[in-house]
Design a protein around this ligand. Structure first.
Ligand code: GCW
Length: 655
């Protein structure tokens, strides 16, 4: 096998109960069968013998039931009975989730927690693959695609393991191709590939997962002889209707389309002076007869900006492009909104669209792939960031209108909402480049299922399941510190960017400063930061009260976002009493020291880890240290040269 089993690596357990050896199944269906299979496979590995499966009720052993009156869609209930355990699912998926939960409890020795109920709290829990059919992955940091190679679609043992991994963390929707839909991928929804796509869909369905594809808005022009793809052109709409009909004839369970339009060179309705609602609704009507949905991305901004233009603010773009369309989208359209207004930086405020849209289905998009957070070389556990985003109060309907309430569907009574994440997997042996980066993959699903779990408890769970209980404490500690460490040695106080253009790994302070992407830090000899108050770009006004007042006020603005919202002089004092320039120096020295401490800690774990995991991660950590040093020195030197201010502590800053 050329892949690791990750968190589904079922190791022998100590407390084997007699009850584990019988599985009585009182329900049926393809997803239930996957649950049965998983149970058997796990028990074989954990206890050494295959359990007996009986298809009738039994007093003894583990029993599976389906009871649609159970509360919570796809929920489950686990109970201890006199001579065993029961797993009851509200649906087939509920049974499957219940079995995965039971296995987790057995492995982490938490059966005492029973009885226990659970239900996915977000209706849609989506993985977005940025895989291309040539085998490459856009922003992939762990090898090539395991879906495609040379324009062929694979189906193998690894794909099956992948489906199990996704189901085990509650994923129920997977988009199998990059949002940048290139020439060949445009054919994914045609007979050229549909039969192969169907094989994936069938596999996913066995695990309660629906398959989606990203589509090319200009498909009628590329696949047929259209000279336009105007969404209000009836022939264009008919073409899509026919295309959808054909897809659903072949794959009745097909989920729908994901669309990146009018963004970074992709075609879209703007070309025809149409709105994004025109574009999304046209596609939505094509899939509506079959229960399909259209997920439309809000990552729309001007990527041809002139750096001399200080009035245009990329941060404003998503809101400005979509706010007036609130209420104009069909019921089966969902807007997918990136967590921040820019693009997956290590620190950003929450997108103001969440507080703005009230009559539109919304999905929160996060990036598990660590494009700007260390590319799975550097350790950066992202759950604490996502937790903060979900807990952000938008004040859309008064206090307590958190992003979490919106994406759970609670605030506006929606059921097409949830989270989507750009996945970080590839065909590397360990799936994620850095073994520890799988904590983000795992954690994303667990958080979307049950957002009341803390990032720390998820880290513990992942560590115990993947690396063993012996290292749960220290590895959890490393994971929990890692985001802050990464933030310290990279760009300061929410300003973002300063990365090597295009690759986005490693420092290049002015790399994007005079470019067209709208990502500027505006550093000069006196200070740096972007004024986004009403006196500047006015971005702060996109939020509901009280945020505009807080963000626009230099004193009240959360300090970690200070340079995102304000231009600040190097000699201005921060809350800590330090000047801005001293804060920059200190955090950059600290960041490197923290990486060194982490490496020491990892070294100490060598006896408790398998040699290959230890070595693989150590190799990454050494690269991380080199990266952190490079960042520290470039940032410190850059701002030393600009400001001329010496480090109070007299440490080495290169001239
Ligand atoms: O951050 C940018 C990435 C692009 C990506 C784009 C997007 C898929 O650098 O690679 O394209 O975001 O989210 O569409």
């Amino acid at each position: 096998m050329n892949f690791s089993k990750c968190w589904l690596d079922y190791q022998p357990i100590k407390n084997v109960e007699k009850a584990f050896s019988t599985l009585s199944v009182s329900c049926s269906g393809t997803v239930v069968e996957s649950a049965v299979q998983e149970y058997c496979l796990a028990m074989k590995a954990m206890t050494g013998s295959e359990p007996e499966v009986v298809r009738t009720e039994s007093e003894e052993g583990v029993s599976l039931y389906l009871d649609s009156s159970l509360s919570g869609k796809d929920g489950y209930e686990l109970r201890k009975k006199e001579k065993g355990y029961t797993v009851t699912g509200q649906s087939e998926s509920g049974v499957l989730y219940g079995v995965f939960e039971l296995l987790r409890l057995i492995r982490t020795e938490k059966l005492a927690d029973l009885p226990l109920t659970g239900a996915p709290e977000m209706p849609l829990r989506i993985m977005n693959h940025w895989d291309n059919m040539d085998g490459s992955i856009e922003r992939g940091y762990s090898g090539n695609s395991f879906f495609y190679k040379d324009y062929e679609i694979f189906y193998n043992e690894r794909t099956e393991q992948y489906a199990r991994m996704m189901a085990s963390i509650g994923i129920n929707a997977i988009v199998i191709n990059n949002v940048n839909v290139h020439e060949k991928e445009t054919y994914l929804i045609t007979d050229t590939y549909l039969q192969r796509v169907k094989k994936y869909s069938d596999l996913f369905c066995r695990y309660g997962i629906r398959l989606y594809t990203s589509v090319n808005f200009a498909a009628p022009m590329e696949l047929a002889d259209f000279d336009n793809c105007d969404p209000l052109n009836p022939q264009v709409a008919d073409w899509w209707k026919e295309a959808a009909k054909h897809i659903y004839e072949c794959i009745p369970e097909f989920g729908g389309f994901l669309v990146k339009a009018d963004s970074e060179g992709r075609p879209g309705p703007f070309t025809y002076d149409r709105t994004h609602a025109d574009g999304a609704n046209m596609l939505a009507r094509a899939v509506a007869p079959y229960g399909g949905i259209v997920i439309w991305r809000c990552f729309v901004y001007n990527c041809g900006q002139d750096w001399r233009d200080t009035k245009t603010d990329r941060a404003r773009a998503a809101y400005d492009n979509f706010i007036d369309l609130d209420g104009c989208f069909d019921d089966n359209v969902i807007l997918q909104i990136k967590n921040g207004p820019m693009d997956f930086q290590v620190r950003e405020p929450v997108s103001p669209l969440f507080g703005g849209l009230k009559k539109t289905n919304m999905i929160l998009e996060v990036q598990i792939a660590q494009e700007y957070t260390g590319q799975q070389i550097d350790l950066c556990y992202l759950l604490p960031m996502w937790r903060e985003i979900l807990d952000f109060d938008t004040y859309a309907e008064g206090e307590g209108s958190t992003v979490l309430k919106i994406v759970k569907g609670e605030l506006y009574g929606q059921n097409l909402c949830g989270m989507a994440a750009v996945i970080n997997t590839g065909d590397d042996y360990n799936w994620t480049g850095n073994d520890l980066a799988a904590a983000n993959t795992y954690g994303y699903g667990r958080l979307a299922m049950n957002p009341s779990q803390s990032p720390e408890s998820i880290a513990r769970e992942w560590t115990a399941l993947t690396l063993g209980a012996r290292v749960e404490e220290p590895v959890t500690d490393m994971l929990m510190k890692s985001w802050s460490t990464y933030e310290k040695y990279t760009s300061p106080l929410g300003i973002g960017w300063m990365v090597t253009p295009h690759y986005h790994y490693g420092p290049d302070v002015d790399g994007y400063e005079y470019d067209r992407w709208g990502t500027y830090h505006r550093a000069d000899r006196n200070g740096l930061g972007v004024d986004r108050t009403p006196a500047g770009t006015g971005y702060t006004s996109q939020y509901n009260e009280p945020w505009p007042g807080i963000y626009a006020d230099r004193e009240k603005c959360p300090e970690e976002l200070l340079l995102f919202f304000h231009y600040v002089r190097y000699d201005e004092k921060l809350k800590s009493g330090k000047t801005l320039i001293q804060h920059i120096y200190d955090t950059h020295f600290e960041g490197v020291e923290e990486v060194e401490a982490m490496i020491e800690a990892w070294r100490g774990l060598a006896p408790k880890l398998s040699a290959d995991v230890y070595e693989r991660v150590m190799e990454r950590m050494e690269r991380q240290l080199a990266n952190a040093i490079e960042w520290r020195d470039r940032i410190n030197t850059y701002f030393y040269r600009k400001s001329g201010a010496a480090d109070e502590k007299g440490r080495k800053i290169y001239e």
